[in-house]
Write a protein that binds this ligand. Structure first.
Ligand code: PBG
Length: 354
């Protein structure tokens, strides 16, 4: 039998045991070798250890030009982005250069009366896009001028090529027009041609045309992996390419569900002589950007498209997100994934805030 005194002793021992153990968990000191937070504590250390930076020199500003009105006109679905008339474009470019932007991609919004089903205006040497290049280049500015090469600003139906009877874009006929247009763009002063049509074989044909005609130093930045995206909507407003029916470009642009095709298109454009490979849109396709960066020894461009811009602006207007902070975070993620250069409508606001 157990005596009460013994019970008291047992309870006492148990209490000490529990108490001492509790005490040691509370005051236990860890000895970690790895404490990643050490380098995050001070701003100066964080700044030194960060490894991804967005700089004005990486950014290309897409610029809309118009012959439809004489004043700058804000695009409703792209707050802060304007269509610029010809006589204002040079002073705007100089303003942008003063804040550090040195590359511009020109997108024309032409008068509807000049549009037809073949996009013939692209072969008019006095067409808006060529006039813009001549005006800017006449001033010998130290900048890179990029021509978007495609038929959609010029066609009544808004497709990037000539339509066949079956409603599909005819590949070879379209490529032939683009090859001719490439010479007009090169001779009006563009430094870089960016075919955005996704026709087969166009990089090779354009490259041959340029070489044969003495434009061997003109760069081709191919829209190599251009996805059939719903993020292009605001852009189509901007260039006036929105028809009443929504345009289905899935017969030539890539399916967002097909990464193998994207890899194949990148490979073909590299073989055909592209100098820069572009992936578009950017943030929804970071995996493809990263693949391209690892796989090819070519500079990689990413296009943060109109819808990527507008969604951040819309949330900012509603007070839900901060536009400048989110723009920079988005651009940083695009750089981190491997893009060397980024086409972005945020170029102006980011350069001002950097
Ligand atoms: C068309 C072209 C498009 C964009 C650039 N070139 C739209 C499309 O393919 O319909 C989209 C750019 C953007 O959304 O900002 N040639």
């Amino acid at each position: 039998m157990i005596f009460p005194q013994k019970i008291q002793h047992i309870i006492c021992v148990m209490w000490h045991f529990v108490h001492n153990n509790l005490k040691s968990t509370i005051t236990m000191s860890f000895e970690f070798i790895h404490r990643p937070r050490r380098i995050r504590e001070k701003t100066s250390l964080r700044n030194m250890t960060d490894d991804v930076f967005v700089s004005p020199r990486d950014l290309i500003l897409p610029v809309f030009v118009t012959e439809c009105h004489s004043d700058a006109c804000e695009i409703e679905s792209m707050p802060g982005i304007y269509r610029w008339p010809l006589d204002e474009i040079l002073s705007k470019v100089m303003e942008w250069m003063a804040i550090g932007i040195n590359a511009f991609a020109i997108f024309p919004s032409i008068d509807v009366s000049k549009k037809d089903s073949l996009g013939s205006e692209i072969l008019n040497p006095d067409s808006l896009s060529y006039k813009v290049a001549k005006i800017i280049k006449a001033n010998h500015l130290n900048l890179t001028l990029i021509a978007d090469l495609a038929l959609d600003p010029y066609t009544t139906h808004g497709h990037d090529g000539v339509l066949g009877e079956d409603g599909n874009v005819k590949n070879d006929e379209t490529v032939e027009i683009l090859a001719k247009a490439s010479l007009l763009a090169a001779s009006s002063g563009y430094d870089v041609l960016a075919p955005s049509d996704m026709m087969d074989g166009r990089i090779g044909i354009i490259r041959k045309h340029l070489e044969k005609n003495g434009f061997c130093n003109i760069c081709i930045m191919s829209y190599a992996a251009k996805f059939c995206s719903h993020y292009y909507g605001p852009f189509r407003d901007a260039i006036g390419a929105k028809t009443n029916d929504s345009i289905d470009k899935s017969g030539y642009q890539l399916s967002p569900r097909n990464s193998i095709e994207a890899m194949r298109e990148l490979e073909l454009d590299a073989q055909e002589g592209a100098d820069i490979l572009m992936i578009k849109p950017a943030e929804p396709y970071l995996d493809i950007i990263n693949y391209a960066k690892r796989k090819f020894k070519l500079p990689i461009a990413a296009y943060q498209v109109s819808g990527e811009y507008s969604r951040i602006c819309a949330a900012d207007i509603n007070g839900w997100l901060d536009k400048d902070e989110c723009a920079l975070e988005s651009l940083t993620s695009i750089k981190r994934s491997g893009a060397d250069m980024i086409l972005t409508y945020f170029a102006e606001s980011v350069c001002k805030s950097l």
